[in-house]
Write a protein that binds this ligand. Structure first.
Ligand code: NI
Ligand code: MN
Length: 228
């Protein structure tokens, strides 16, 4: 059994028999975030890009759990420089673990740390995570791109975590097109309603997905989970 928990924005935990994986763990500063349970221990932290709403608390959590951050070269080295554990990967690269594997896939966005002066943190990415015989795709922040078809062909996707907030990522129309390229069994929308600028009705997206594709769309509130 694999359990997916949504903490808000783009933050998820994947909990399998052999692993607890955090993705884009942003808690501090996100008033809508559900807190990380006290007994939670991350074995691995995946970070899609350097923006504060994704890198979030990753460095602190890596120090707390002693768990490595898996990120593209520049971002991983930035984390290492601040005392976190980190492993360097890049697009096309697959890391094998006891629980399964993690593959770096592209995302179309930017990646930097800072608000006035910017530290370049490499290319943004998405992740395919294979855990407990289930495959989960976290798209990161991205627009729609046709190579999502290739990502969907890598392994049958059980759950696709897709941004729908618009403005800085795909909106709902493009996320629907992404579902058609990826062909996942289940879609969970993310990266919406955190700020007014990305307010969306996820239940409208659910109607769009379920009316136009075979996929099921599950809307999670922060703190809610889904078992695969
Ligand atoms: Ni971003
Ligand atoms: Mn973002």
């Amino acid at each position: 059994m694999v359990k997916l928990t949504y903490f808000g924005h783009a933050a998820f935990a994947i909990i399998g028999d052999n692993a607890s994986i955090l993705i884009d763990p942003w808690f501090k500063g996100n008033t809508l975030a559900a807190p990380l349970p006290d007994d939670f221990k991350a074995d691995l932290i995946l970070v899609t890009h350097g923006h504060y709403d994704h890198l979030g608390d990753a460095i602190e959590l890596s120090q707390k759990f002693g768990s490595p951050i898996l990120a593209v070269s520049e971002l991983a080295r930035y984390c290492l420089g601040l005392g976190a554990k980190a492993m360097v990967g890049h697009f096309g690269g697959t890391f094998k673990f006891d629980f399964g594997w993690v593959k770096f896939v592209p995302a179309w966005h930017s990646s930097s740390v800072g608000q006035k002066e910017f530290i370049y943190t490499g290319n943004p990415c998405g992740f395919l995570v294979h855990c407990g015989e289930k495959t989960i795709y976290h798209a990161g922040d991205t627009c729609l791109f046709s190579d999502m078809k290739l990502i969907g062909e890598t392994a049958p996707i059980d759950v696709a975590l897709l941004p729908i907030g618009d403005r800085v990522t795909m909106g709902m129309e493009d996320a629907l097109r992404a579902v058609k390229l990826l062909q996942p069994k289940v879609v969970i929308p993310m990266h919406y309603n955190t700020w007014e600028a990305i307010n969306q009705d996820p239940y409208k997206f659910k109607l769009m997905v379920e009316g136009d594709t075979p996929a099921k769309c599950i809307v999670l509130d922060p703190g809610q989970g889904h078992e695969l």
